[in-house]
Design a protein around this ligand. Structure first.
Ligand SMILES: Nc1ncnc2c1ncn2[C@@H]1O[C@H](COP(=O)(O)OP(=O)(O)OP(=O)(O)O)[C@@H](O)[C@H]1O
Ligand SMILES: [Mg+2]
Length: 278
């Protein structure tokens, strides 16, 4: 009897998904810069003997693990969508047609229709951008601190809204929409900004770019739902609110899976289980 694990090794994080003694799904994560931690984890769990592997750092992890265990590889997008379908079903969500937006280090957008799916777009704006811009602008490098400080921030002094421009006039679109992310800075003389406000505004920029792209692709494919996944959403209430608010404003339905960071790892786990039962 085999024991399996699914591993998704991405640009920033390496996610592990496995079943415990009670066949319950367990999830854990390591930084992709410390791949030896994955090897150590596997050495501490010697009963795990078959690995389902996916993600852009697969070959780098293979080198670290060599010559350990048998490895079943699955392409990242296949694994992600396999995981999304499984987790939607587990959570009792009957969504069969949807846009799937994976906010990882970068962002990848997919269209799912029943059992088929296709990558329909993407952007370099993602979780890596959130950390990168935040670090350069404020010196804060830790993801936890960035999102905590951002949640206390206020974007009103930095972002330019439609109603800031259209003063005393009828507005062609909702006045609360962002006309220009960071747009107030260039037309203001005083430049004293609180760290928390800068971080909140970076989250707004990242969230709105990703949502705009997702909405346009949802409209093109006539999909009502947009399922947002990826570890950038981890305990990140402000980012989720930005995405949720904008998606609803544009008349689409945002969906946040409970285990949004682990779709790829879960898909890789399911794949190796299916493979070994064949
Ligand atoms: N513990 C953490 N350390 C660093 N970043 C984190 C952490 N938790 C969440 N994040 C956020 O999640 C992002 C990575 O998300 P995710 O793990 O989905 O991407 P990835 O799979 O590594 O990258 P990609 O799929 O683009 O190759 C980071 O850029 C950061 O914004
Ligand atoms: Mg990823």
């Amino acid at each position: 009897m085999s024991t399996w694990i699914g591993i998704d090794t991405g640009g920033t994080l390496t996610k592990l998904a496995y079943l415990d003694e009670n066949k319950e799904l367990k999830l854990t994560v390591f930084p992709s810069t410390d791949m030896h931690l994955v090897k150590e984890w596997l050495e501490q769990h010697p009963h795990v003997d078959e690995i389902g592997l996916t993600g852009g750092r697969t070959e780098q992890l293979r080198d670290v693990l060599y010559p350990m265990k048998s490895i079943e590889y699955i392409v990242e997008f296949e694994a992600t969508l396999k995981g999304v379908r499984y987790l939607l079903e587990q959570e009792g969500q009957s969504i069969h047609q949807s846009i799937i937006t994976n906010i990882g280090t970068g962002t990848s957008v997919h269209y799912m229709d029943g059992n088929s799916h296709v990558r329909v777009g993407g952007t370099g704006i993602g979780g890596g951008t959130l950390i990168g811009l935040s670090t350069i602008m404020t010196g804060i490098t830790d993801f936890g601190e960035i999102k905590n400080r951002a949640s206390d921030g206020n974007r009103a002094g930095i972002d330019l809204l439609v109603k800031d421009i259209y003063q005393g006039m009828d507005m062609p679109i909702s006045g609360d929409l962002t006309a220009s992310n960071f747009g107030k800075v260039g037309i203001t003389d005083e430049h004293n900004y609180e760290t928390s406000d800068i971080l909140a505004t970076v989250q707004g920029l990242v969230g709105e770019v990703i949502t705009t792209l997702s909405i346009q692709l949802a409209e093109h494919h006539q999909a009502e739902h947009i399922v947002y996944i990826g570890s950038t959403l981890t305990d990140n209430e402000q980012l989720k609110k930005v995405i949720e608010h904008y998606t609803i404003l544009k008349k689409h339905k945002p969906v946040f899976l409970q285990d949004y960071g682990y779709c790829g790892a879960v898909g890789a786990l399911l794949n190796v289980m299916e493979y070994s039962k064949r």
